[in-house]
Design a binder for this molecule. Structure first.
Ligand code: EPU
Length: 428
C-alpha cells in the first residue's frame, strides 16, 4: 500500500505552480469524441483521471497520445462500443461519455459512474436533458443505455444547478437539429472552457458562464487546439495551505477572479492577499480569527474547498462554522482531523470547529479527493510524522503534489508500506 508521510511544522516558502483544471480536463477529453479530426489539448494535469479517460477513448477506437501535458486525440475511427464496466467506474466524470457518444453516434452504453462518495450524487438532470433532446434512456444492470433516432434541440430547465448536467447537455446538443436552451445552467469557469473548445471545433454556443446557454446545432465538428484553464480548486487549496503554513508563498498560474469567494473569506479571517494578473502572493498569516462559511454554486464558495478550509479553521481563534449546501456527506475528514487533535463536530451538513489548536500527527485515511488534500494540510501543520492512507484519491486530482510541496520546503514523501490487510498478513 502506498502512503504519504509528512513531517510537519516546516514553514513553507517560495512559488508553487498550479496545473490545468481537473474538472475541465475530464470534460474536454470526452468532448473530443464529437470531432471528425484530431483534437489537441494542452496543459493537462498529470493525474490518474486523465490517464483513465485516455484509456477509455482508446477502448472505443481513439488514437491517443500524451506527452508533457499535451494530449493528441484522433477520434476519426471511434465507434459506439458499449462501456458498461471497467474504467468508467473509476471516475465520476465518465458520465461525459454519455453526452459525447450520444451526440456523435446517437447511442451509448455507459456504466454508472464512480468517483468520490460525497452523499447521493444522482444524474437525473443529465438524463432529463438527454430525454428532452429525443433520447430513450434506460438503466439496465447498472449501466445507462442511451439511444436516439435523431437529436432535436429543446428547451431544458435544470431543477438543480448542476455542472455535470450543464456540460453533458451541451455535449449532446451541439450536433442536434435546431436550437437548445439550457436554463438555470451552472456558471463554473470549467463550463466556459468546454464551450470554448466546442466553439473552436465549430459549435454555436452562446451564454456559457451565465445561467442561460443557447446552442444552435451544427452538422459536424472538426478538430482544433485548445489550452486548458488553470485549476481554481488546486489554486484555492494552495492559498489555504499558504494561509495556514506559509512564510510567504506565491501561487502562480491562477486566475484571481476564479477564486474570489475564497479570497474574500481568507481576508475576513485576517489573511493578507496580494493579487497579480496571473498570480497570488500570501505572506505569513498571524492572528487568524474564526469565520462562518457556506458552500454555494459558482461564484459562491466552492464545496471542493470546504474540506481543506476546515483545516485552516483549526488554526483560527474562536468557533468557526462551515456548512456544505451542495453535498450531504462531505465531512468524513472531520473524524480523521479529530484523531489529529482538532476540536470539531459535525451536525448534519455543518461542521463546527474551534481553534486555535496544535495539531498532532496520526495515521489517517483519505476518504475522498479533497479530504485527502485536507489531511495533507493537517499533516503539514502537525507535530510529528503523519501517515496518509488511500492516497489514490489524492492522485486522481492533484498533479505532482509531493514535488510541488517539496519545492516549498515541505518534508513529505510517498512510501510503500506493508498493508496489514494484505492476503499474506491474513494467512497468519
Ligand atoms: N445533482 C442532482 N441531479 C443531477 C446532478 C446533480 O441532484 O442530475 C445534485 C448533486 O447531487 C449535488 C448538486 O446537484 O448535490 C451539484 O452537483 P453537480 O452536478 O454540479 O456536480 P458534479 O457535476 O457531479 C462537479 C465537480 C465536483 C464539484 C461539483 C460542484 C466534476 C467532474 N466534478 O461535480 O468536483 O464538487 O461539480 O461544484 O466536474 C471535486 O473536484 O472534488 C469534485 C467533487
Amino acid at each position: 500500500m502506498d502512503v504519504y508521510k509528512i513531517n510537519g511544522q516546516k514553514r513553507l516558502q517560495g512559488t508553487i505552480k498550479v496545473s490545468g483544471a481537473k474538472n475541465s480536463a475530464v470534460a474536454l477529453i470526452p468532448a473530443s469524441i464529437l470531432a471528425n479530426s484530431a483534437v489537441t489539448i494542452e496543459g493537462l494535469p498529470e493525474i490518474s483521471d486523465v490517464g483513465t479517460l485516455k484509456e477509455l477513448l482508446e477502448e472505443i477506437g481513439g488514437v491517443v497520445s500524451i506527452e508533457d501535458g499535451t494530449m493528441h486525440i484522433d477520434p476519426s475511427k471511434m465507434q459506439d462500443m458499449p462501456l458498461p464496466n471497467g474504467n468508467v467506474k473509476k471516475l465520476r466524470a465518465s458520465y461525459y461519455l454519455m453526452g459525447a457518444m450520444l451526440g456523435r453516434f446517437k447511442k451509448a452504453v455507459i456504466g454508472l459512474p464512480g468517483g468520490c462518495f460525497l452523499g447521493p450524487r444522482p444524474i437525473d438532470q443529465h438524463i432529463k436533458g438527454f430525454e428532452a433532446l429525443g433520447a430513450k434512456v434506460t438503466n439496465e444492470h447498472g449501466a445507462i443505455y442511451l439511444r436516439a433516432e435523431e437529436l432535436r434541440g429543446a428547451k431544458i430547465y435544470l431543477d438543480v444547478v448542476s455542472v455535470g448536467a450543464t456540460i453533458n447537455i451541451m455535449l449532446a446538443a451541439v450536433m442536434a437539429k435546431g436550437q437548445t436552451t439550457i436554463e438555470n445552467a451552472a456558471k463554473e469557469p470549467e463550463i466556459i472552457d468546454v464551450a470554448t473548445l466546442l466553439s473552436n471545433m465549430g459549435a454555436k454556443i452562446k451564454g456559457a458562464g451565465t445561467n442561460v446557454i443557447r446552442i444552435d446545432g451544427v452538422e459536424e465538428l472538426h478538430g482544433t487546439n485548445h489550452t486548458i484553464i488553470p485549476d481554481r480548486i488546486e489554486a484555492g487549496t494552495f492559498m489555504i495551505m499558504a494561509a495556514a503554513a506559509g512564510d510567504g508563498i506565491t501561487i502562480d498560474n491562477v486566475i484571481p477572479f476564479h477564486v474570489e469567494a475564497l479570497t474574500a473569506k481568507l481576508r475576513e479571517m485576517g489573511v493578507k492577499i496580494e493579487e497579480g494578473e496571473e498570480s497570488i502572493f500570501i505572506p505569513k498569516s498571524v492572528n487568524l480569527h474564526a469565520v462562518d462559511v457556506k458552500t454555494l454554486v459558482y461564484p459562491g464558495f466552492a464545496t471542493d474547498l470546504q474540506q481543506p478550509f476546515s483545516v485552516l479553521m483549526t488554526q483560527a481563534a474562536g468557533s468557526s462554522v462551515i456548512t456544505d449546501t451542495i453535498y450531504s456527506a462531505r465531512f468524513k475528514h472531520i473524524d480523521e482531523l479529530k484523531r489529529m487533535n482538532a476540536v470539531a463536530r459535525v451536525e448534519g451538513r455543518t461542521a463546527i470547529i474551534s481553534g486555535p489548536t496544535k495539531l498532532e500527527s496520526a495515521s489517517v485515511r483519505a476518504s475522498d479527493l479533497r479530504a485527502g488534500a485536507a489531511l495533507v494540510l493537517a499533516g503539514l501543520l502537525a507535530e510529528g510524522e503523519t501517515e496518509i492512507r488511500d492516497i489514490y484519491h489524492i492522485e486522481r486530482g492533484y498533479s505532482s503534489l509531493i514535488d510541488k510541496l517539496r519545492g516549498l520546503g515541505a518534508d513529505i514523501r510517498r512510501e510503500t508500506i506493508e498493508d496489514e490487510h494484505s492476503p499474506k498478513e491474513n494467512k497468519k
